[in-house]
Design a binder for this molecule. Structure first.
Ligand code: ZN
Length: 67
């Protein structure tokens, strides 16, 4: 069965909600595994974005804690 990629919800035609959730979890796990292979000081774009996100999350947590 082929997907109609011109449809606005092409994904939903092939995947059940449960399968889509599993796919998203697997993609996240793969991203995490990939990130683990980079060094702490790596300057590639994904690492920079990850670091920026981490810093922002930590800053937000500090602000929330009233530090
Ligand atoms: Zn990197």
């Amino acid at each position: 069965m082929g997907a109609d990629w011109n449809s606005f919800d092409a994904r939903a035609q092939l995947l059940t909600a449960r399968k889509e959730a599993t796919l998203i979890r697997n993609l996240a796990a793969a991203r995490a595994r990939k990130a683990a292979r980079h060094s702490q000081t790596c300057t590639c774009t994904p690492c920079r974005v990850r670091r920026y996100d981490d810093n922002r999350r930590r800053t937000a947590a500090l602000v929330k804690a009233g530090a």
